[in-house]
Design a protein around this ligand. Structure first.
Ligand SMILES: [Zn+2]
Length: 236
């Protein structure tokens, strides 16, 4: 290839890198017939995760950020319906909803990977630990972009007055490396798994059952991702 041609190709490739707008992939944990996550005091983790993801998606869309939820629950469109336990959640493929069978986790990862390496993954969960733990913790793989994303979300949670990780009232590190989670092994460069509360703790449970508080968690997650995204644009 001539020098002229390779320069033209290089500038096209760098232009493409700027031109492709990354998607913020919101991944509400669990769902469908095979996996409702933790169930405690009639609270189903998958429904709470889904409700928060829908709220984050609404905030991001309003602020003109491109986002996609990996799960779709066609029968639970209003906030009141979203917390009722059902099992018709499907994977939200562009080609149409795909039922979650026993091998749904592979399909979930395939869907996440389809958005490309430049996209950003936020998997949304609620923990079930010993009841002495409270608050949010954010897991990331050992990679600087993911650590930056986790830090940005933790900061936004603090700013919004949300409780970060504690054990018997004592602060613990709320940003933790855990590359073992399957969704954190996807090919996206920046990816985190957010555990908003500990459902085994009655005070945390009360918080997450309050729709205003779920909105606050969604607001903090959206702010954290937006802040991270803006920093990344400025870094280029
Ligand atoms: Zn979970």
């Amino acid at each position: 290839m001539s020098l002229k041609k390779s320069i033209a190709l290089a500038s096209f490739l760098s232009y493409s890198a700027f031109a492709i707008e990354p998607t913020i992939v919101l991944d509400p944990g669990h769902g469908g017939k095979v996996d409702s996550g933790t169930t405690v005091a009639k609270i189903h983790e998958d429904e709470i995760n889904y409700d928060i993801a829908v709220r984050v998606h609404e905030i991001l869309s309003k602020n003109k950020f491109k986002s996609h939820i990996t799960v779709i629950d066609l029968s639970s469109t209003t906030p009141q319906q979203r917390l009722k336990n059902d099992s018709d959640e499907s994977l939200n493929y562009a080609t149409g909803p795909l039922p979650m069978d026993k091998r749904y986790i592979d399909k979930r990862c395939e869907l996440i990977n389809s958005f490309g390496e430049q996209s950003i993954l936020v998997s949304i969960h609620n923990n079930y630990l010993s009841k002495s733990y409270r608050g949010a913790c954010i897991y990331h793989p050992r990679h600087p972009e993911s650590i930056r994303l986790a830090t940005s979300i933790a900061k936004a949670m603090k700013k919004n007055g949300l409780k970060l990780y504690t054990f018997r009232g004592k602060s613990l590190p709320s940003i933790l490396a855990n590359p073992n989670y399957v969704v954190l092994q996807t090919t996206l460069e920046a990816k985190v798994l957010v555990e908003c509360t500990n459902l085994a703790n009655s005070a945390d449970r009360k918080i997450i059952l309050n729709s205003k508080m779920r909105q606050k968690y969604a607001q903090a997650i959206a702010e954290g991702v937006q802040e991270y995204r803006t920093q990344r644009i400025n870094a280029y």
